[in-house]
Structure formats: C-alpha cells, structure tokens
Design a protein around this ligand. Sequence first.
Ligand SMILES: Nc1ncnc2c1ncn2[C@@H]1O[C@H](COP(=O)(O)OP(=O)(O)OP(=O)(O)O)[C@@H](O)[C@H]1O
Ligand SMILES: Nc1ncnc2c1ncn2[C@@H]1O[C@H](COP(=O)(O)OP(=O)(O)OP(=O)(O)O)[C@@H](O)[C@H]1O
Ligand SMILES: [Mg+2]
Ligand SMILES: [Mg+2]
Lengths: 256, 256
Amino acid sequence: MGKVIAIANQKGGVGKTTTSINLASSIAAAEIPVLLIDIDPQANATSGLGFDKSADHPSIYEVLIDGVDPKKAVLNTQMPFLDLIPSTINLVGAEVEMVGMEDHHKVMLKALTSIRQKYSYIIIDAPPSLGLLTLNALTAADSVLIPVQCEYFALEGLSMLNNTIELVRQGLNPGLEIEGVLLTMFDGRTNLSRQVAAEVRKYFGEKVYDSVIFRNIRISESPSFGKPLILYDATSAGTENYITLAQEVMFRNKDK
Amino acid sequence: MGKVIAIANQKGGVGKTTTSINLASSIAAAEIPVLLIDIDPQANATSGLGFDKSADHPSIYEVLIDGVDPKKAVLNTQMPFLDLIPSTINLVGAEVEMVGMEDHHKVMLKALTSIRQKYSYIIIDAPPSLGLLTLNALTAADSVLIPVQCEYFALEGLSMLNNTIELVRQGLNPGLEIEGVLLTMFDGRTNLSRQVAAEVRKYFGEKVYDSVIFRNIRISESPSFGKPLILYDATSAGTENYITLAQEVMFRNKDK
Ligand SMILES: Nc1ncnc2c1ncn2[C@@H]1O[C@H](COP(=O)(O)OP(=O)(O)OP(=O)(O)O)[C@@H](O)[C@H]1O
Ligand SMILES: Nc1ncnc2c1ncn2[C@@H]1O[C@H](COP(=O)(O)OP(=O)(O)OP(=O)(O)O)[C@@H](O)[C@H]1O
Ligand SMILES: [Mg+2]
Ligand SMILES: [Mg+2]
C-alpha cells in the first residue's frame, strides 16, 4: 500500500524540489518502488530528472483537469525503481480551473486511487504557496514532510504552514500527519544555522529528523545535468545526507 | 511622480524580499522618499523591517479588499525616508476574494492612484507565484525588477516569467518595462554561479545590472533583527552591494 508523502512549505527556495528528487532517488536506490509527482508549474522536479517540461507526454495537468488515467502520465526515469509524473507549464492555470470542479480539494486524492497500490512511496513536490495545488497534495497525502532552510524567513513561515496542516486535518484529511521536519542548507560555520536548527527542534521536537542536509555545491549542480545527486556524484557528502534521510524515513515507516 | 517597481520572480527564494528591503532602504538613505509595499502573504518584508504581521494596523489586505485609503495603511519605519504598507496573514485568501471583483487585475493600480505622488519610488515585494497578487503588481507597476539567484532552477524559470511579462504588456499594462535583472547570491568560487551569470547576461543583455549581490551571511542575518542591512551592518560587503545597486537604479531613472 503506497505511502503518499507531500513535500510542502509555502516559503520559497527551502529545498522542496531538491528533497523530493533526492529522497525519492535514495529510496529507489534501495530497490523500493517510488513514484515522484511534480505539481509545481515551475516543473523543477521534472527538469531536475532530465525531462523536458514542454513535452507532448501527458502530465499531472491532464490527470487533474482532463481525468486522464495517471498510469498514462507515468515516465520511467534513469533509475529502475523511480517513476515520475511530470508537470508542465499548463499547470499555471490549473488552480483557477479546479476551483469550479466538484470537490475541488479532492481531485488529486481521487486521481491517485488507481495508482497507489503500485508503489511503496509516492512523493509529491508542491509549489511555494498554500493554494489549491498544495491543498490537493495535503488532502491526498498520508503525511507531509516539511523542508526548513536554516534561515530566518524560513523559520518565520512555519506557524503559517502548521496552521494550514491543522485546518486540512480538521476538514479535508483527518489522517494527515507530519512525516517529519528536515533541516536543509545547514551551514555549520554560521550562528544563524545553529540558532534556526535549535528553534525548529524546540517547535517540532521528535518530528525533526536526525538527518540534516548541509549546504553543498554539488547538490545545486546536479539539476543542471538532469540527474539526481546519487547519479551525478555518488561520493558527495550531499548524497550521503540524502541516503541517511531515506534510511530514517524508511525506518520510521517500517511497521506501517 | 513616483516610479512603481515590482520585484517579481515566481521562483522561490531568489532574493525578492531581500532586494525589496535593501534596495528601498539604500535609496531612502540618499534622502529620496520610498514606499515599500508587501503583497506576499508570508509578510517577510513586513517582519524584515521589524513589524509584527498580525498587528491591528490596516494592511495591504484592507487596501485591496475593503478599499481602505492606502495612506491609512502606511507605517513609518526606522529610516526617515522609508515607509511601508505591511502585509498580513489575511492576504492568503485575497486571491480568491479578488477573482470576483470588477477589473480584478487592476485593483492595485486603482488603489495606488492617490499615493503615487507622495514618493519618488514605490517598490512592491511579490510572492513566489504568477497568481493574481503578482499580476496586480505587474499591472500597477511602471517596471519590474527581476532578482535571479545564480543557480540552475532560477535560470530555468526566466522564460516563464518573461512570457508572463509579455502577456501583461500586451493586455493589462502596455507600458510595463523590465527595470533590470539582478544577479543574487553570487558565489565567485563556484562554476555554477559564473555559468548562470553568463547565461543571464546572454538572455537579457543590457538589462542585467552591473551590480551583483554576492552571497553574504550578514544579508541573511539582518531580517532576524528586524533591520535593513544598512542599519544592521553598515560596513558589510552586502550593504555596499545594495548601495551600488541603488545608485545604478537611480542613474537609469535620472531623466525620467
Ligand atoms: N543543501 C543544499 N546545498 C546547496 N544548495 C541547495 C541545497 N538544497 C537546495 N539547494 C539549491 O537551492 C535552491 C533552492 O532549492 P529548491 O529549488 O529545491 O527549493 P524549493 O523549495 O523547491 O524552491 P521553490 O519554492 O521555488 O519550489 C536550488 O537552486 C537548489 O539547487
Ligand atoms: N545575497 C545573499 N546572501 C546570503 N543570503 C541571502 C542573500 N539574499 C537572500 N538571502 C537569504 O536567502 C533566503 C531567500 O531570500 P528571500 O527570502 O529574500 O527570497 P524571496 O525570493 O523573497 O523568497 P520567496 O520566494 O519565499 O518570497 C533568505 O533567507 C535570505 O535571507
Ligand atoms: Mg521547488
Ligand atoms: Mg519573499
């Protein structure tokens, strides 16, 4: 039974896409089948895995708006156990189109029913907003993984995100849990990183992963080669950070 | 006659708020009156200048949705020539509320008419999306300043942003120009920064500022003290970067 994890945070540039790609690929490296779904109109997860976002292939847009079977939108990636449902630029207009649909918060939830069984994990990369696309991801998800950049503005935005998760839990998706909180772009040389990390651990306690993703130039280089980090530079400290995270995520889910 | 400049880029975390705060404060330091308007529901520009985003004071939300006179929403900041119209969390719902309004793309344009004369520059900090709030900023603006983080995903998003600017120019705001393109978080030690900078200059040519904002920890520390960089650390290289930018922006506008 596939576990659906939304990777969400309305603060921009905190490492949602980077975590989506590298967590999904690190789990797939353990030969566990993973589906990555890109619901950001920017389509960064799509291009970060080497796909062209304007391709003719059906995308998450056709799945959500035209009711296309999600299996038809699945792409096989360079990694055997990692599949992708890509995004396209058409998604920019999707939120306005979805508002008029029946149960417009549950469009993604319904779309995933036929595909959930095929994967052990389904990871959804969300855009930097709390609009209808992100709400659909939170409604379809079993849990949400929150990347938090170790900087001040990212810390500030957590209460807003927590409120939204609480609202979704009270209405649309009572089972929604916080999968975990991930510290990203941590720079051990700065007080700011350590202060933010301490605040986040105070606020979220055990939910914060022991695994921390350090700032690392190889991480930001890999998308320009269309490859997850594990394929771009298997020896990088960044690869190790994400493998450790994948192990921790899988460990937390081993009895479920 | 106040020049209205929108600071926009749908890519998250590229330095929109940091540029809004520090460009506005650098111009104000030259004793030129500047108004900063925060239209991001995250309200980072508001807290970055030391204001509480949940305060009882009228915000841009009341100006856009309730038609409150923008002069009533103006706050004086620690700098004599810098005023702020703050954001609040209520703005999260504003896009849905505005869709039903008449001329919903021109709400901001109409709201600014009574206040434009009071300032030499009006700077609008936009959220990381191309939704109705950003479209309102682009419709009300004379020009748009585009911060581009020197990383791959930020580079990728430029064509999408350029298309949107072109659409706004064809319909809602024929006079909209690109004020300039600013390279942010440049790290001279990495090839990636240099490659992205070269691509951006190829794509935008003269529009790219000579001034570059280097990655600098003091820049990311200053918002946690609620101060623009020029007040937090006047000797920082980051302060110098933004002063140089302010001079270049003012030089480009001296005959207008
Ligand atoms: N640990 C890291 N070290 C260095 N750079 C990183 C790291 N994590 C992410 N980056 C880079 O930081 C930028 C922002 O990351 P990313 O795009 O994944 O964030 P995001 O939250 O998905 O952004 P958006 O809000 O636009 O969706 C990217 O250029 C990425 O390559
Ligand atoms: N030149 C710089 N050097 C170091 N850190 C920077 C620099 N510019 C911005 N930052 C930091 O990077 C993060 C992202 O910047 P900022 O929040 O200004 O981007 P944004 O585009 O406004 O983000 P959003 O898309 O969420 O609105 C912030 O934590 C900020 O402090
Ligand atoms: Mg992303
Ligand atoms: Mg911002």
